[in-house]
Design a binder for this molecule. Structure first.
Ligand SMILES: C[S@@+](CC[C@H](N)C(=O)[O-])C[C@H]1O[C@@H](n2cnc3c(N)ncnc32)[C@H](O)[C@@H]1O
Length: 340
C-alpha cells in the first residue's frame, strides 16, 4: 500500500490521524505518540490534497525507506534509490521536531553539501519544475525518501518558517500572524488585503503583536482589550485602543479585517467570528481556535462546519492550519471569494 509521510507538532500525531481518517479514503495510520510524524497508508493517497490538511505541517508521498546506511558511504545507496525518481526543483532534508530530530542538524549540515553536489552532477536536482525531493532522517543511517509536487508540501523545509522577530514587535505573537499570512493566503490575497487604506479590529489585542503587524501594512487598527497596548505601538501608528469586552464590542462601521487571539473556549471564539461575519461587521477574519486536550480534530471539524453552515450562500474561502508558531491551537482565515 502507498504511504504518506506527514510531519506535525509532537503530540498531535493522533489529531493528524483523525483528520486523515475523516476523509473519504480507506487507510490507516502508523504513528508513535510525541514522535512528530506519522505514516498514512492508503491505496488512495494520490487523491489526498495535502494542502487542505490542518494538523500536518508538511508531508510527501513516500517512495522508499532506507536503513542501516554505512557511515562510510551513505551517498551510493541513496543515489541509487533517488535517480529512478526523475528530476526535481528542490531538495528538502527533514527530521522530526523533537530533541532527537534536532540532534541531527549538525550531521545534516555536513551531509547536505555532498548530497546536493551529487544530485546536481547527476542532473537530479535541476531547479526546474514543481517537484520536491524529500529525505526524512530518523537518524543518520535510517529514514524515508519521497516526493511532493505542485506546492503541496508548503513553502518551508520541515514545514517550519524561520521568521525574524523584530525588536519593535510588542509580542512574540507577531510571528504567528506573519506565518498565517504566508501559509494560509496567496500572494495575490495578501496584496489585496494587506494594504494602506484598509481597516481592522483586533479582539484581545494586548500587548499588540497582531495589531502591530497589521498597522505596519498601513491598516488602520482598533485594538480591543481591557489590557494595555504597547506604548511604542501607540506612538508609532494611528492605533485606537478600546477597553471593552471582545464579545460585546461592536464596530461603528464595517471593517476589512477582524482578528482575534483571545484565549477562550473555541466554541465561544467561533460564535463571535460567526456573529461578525454574518452581520457584515467585518469582510474577512483571521483567528485562533484554542484547542482542548482531547478530541481536538473533532472539535475543529464541528466548529468549522458550524461556521460554514452559518455563512450559508456567501461564497467564502475557509483555510485552517496548525502553524509552527501555534501551540495548542489552530489558525483560521475566512475570506470572501470575490475579494480573493
Ligand atoms: C494571547 S493574548 C493576545 C496577544 C496578541 N494577539 C498579541 O499579538 O500581542 C490574549 C488577550 O486577550 C485578552 N482577552 C481575554 N479575554 C478577553 C475579553 N473577553 N475581552 C477582551 N480581551 C480579552 C487578554 O487580556 C489578552 O491580552
Amino acid at each position: 500500500m502507498d504511504a504518506l509521510m506527514l510531519l506535525c507538532r509532537p503530540g498531535f500525531e493522533a489529531d493528524c490521524a483523525a483528520e486523515l481518517a475523516s476523509l473519504d479514503f480507506v487507510g490507516y495510520a502508523r504513528a508513535v505518540a510525541n514522535s512528530g510524524y506519522l505514516h498514512w497508508h492508503s491505496a488512495d493517497i494520490a487523491a489526498i490534497d495535502l494542502r487542505r490538511l490542518i494538523f500536518p505541517r508538511t508531508g510527501f508521498r513516500q517512495t522508499s525507506e532506507f536503513s542501516q546506511l554505512s557511515e562510510s558511504d551513505r551517498l551510493t545507496p541513496l543515489m541509487a534509490a533517488i535517480e529512478p525518481l526523475g528530476t526535481f526543483a528542490e531538495l528538502r532534508l527533514e527530521y522530526a521536531d523533537t530533541n532527537e530530530g534536532r540532534g541531527l542538524q549538525r550531521f545534516l549540515k555536513r551531509f547536505r553539501g555532498s548530497l546536493e553536489h551529487a544530485l546536481k552532477q547527476q542532473r537530479v536536482v535541476t531547479g526546474n519544475g514543481q517537484r520536491i525531493l524529500h529525505i526524512f532522517f530518523h537518524d543518520s543511517c535510517n529514514g524515508v525518501i519521497g516526493v511532493s509536487s505542485d506546492g503541496e508540501a508548503g513553502p518551508w523545509e520541515l514545514g517550519i518558517p524561520r521568521l525574524r522577530l523584530s525588536g519593535a514587535a510588542p509580542s512574540r505573537s507577531a510571528q504567528k500572524i506573519e506565518e498565517a499570512w504566508l501559509k494560509l493566503m496567496t500572494e495575490a490575497e495578501r496584496s489585496h488585503w494587506l494594504r494602506e487604506g484598509r481597516t481592522g479590529v483586533d479582539l484581545g489585542a494586548a500587548p499588540g503583536g497582531w495589531t502591530w503587524q497589521l498597522a505596519r501594512h498601513g491598516i488602520k487598527m482598533t485594538g480591543v482589550d481591557h489590557g494595555k497596548l504597547a506604548q511604542s505601538l501607540m506612538d508609532e501608528y494611528p492605533v485606537q485602543h478600546v477597553s471593552a469586552d471582545a464579545y460585546t464590542y461592536r464596530p461603528p462601521k464595517t471593517v476589512d479585517w477582524l482578528v482575534c487571539d483571545v484565549v477562550d473556549k473555541p466554541a465561544r471564539t467561533e460564535a463571535c467570528m460567526e456573529k461578525w461575519l454574518v452581520n457584515g461587521w467585518a469582510r474577512m477574519a483571521l483567528f485562533n481556535l484554542k484547542l482542548p486536550m482531547k478530541q481536538r480534530f473533532a472539535t475543529v471539524q464541528t466548529l468549522l462546519q458550524r461556521l460554514e453552515t452559518a455563512l450559508g450562500d456567501r461564497k467564502v474561502i475557509i483555510r485552517a492550519a496548525q502553524l509552527y508558531y501555534d501551540r495548542e491551537e489552530i489558525t483560521v482565515v475566512v475570506m470572501p471569494v470575490e475579494r480573493a
